[in-house]
Design a protein. Structure first.
Length: 121
């Protein structure tokens, strides 16, 4: 699985026990190490497998899951998500990490709501 994270920090790909990879920011890696959630070897392996892109379209064109993680501004999120939807593959899952905005507002300008969800911990 190729995971892309747009805006809000560097992408880190972390292998999971089931063989998939989860996108995490540099801060999330530091928290995972500090909380004992990810052994150093897993973190280092994830960093070595990091895939970088030079262009927006290149970063998401083959992604299975795209995570929007910008500031809590509904208009900015809507604009970014519309741009993501235009470049993403037909089967790509598109999620927002919003903690306070309703999904109906975040995804208000999207054409395909069947592949949209909010993921926040």
């Amino acid at each position: 699985m190729r995971v892309g994270r747009m805006a809000g920090g560097d992408l880190r790909l972390e292998p999971c026990d089931d063989g998939t990879r989860v996108g995490r920011s540099r801060a999330a890696h530091a928290r995972a190490r500090g909380l004992g959630r990810a052994p150093e070897s897993i973190v280092e392996r994830g960093l070595k497998e990091l895939v970088r892109a030079n262009f927006f379209s290149e970063a998401i064109q083959d992604a299975d899951w795209i995570i929007e993680a910008i500031h809590e501004d509904v208009v900015a999120k809507q604009k970014l998500l519309v741009a993501i939807e235009q470049e993403a593959g037909d089967d790509a899952l598109i999620s927002s990490s919003s903690s306070g905005l309703p999904p109906s507002e975040i995804f208000g300008r999207m054409r395909r709501l069947d592949r949209c969800l909010v993921t926040h911990r």
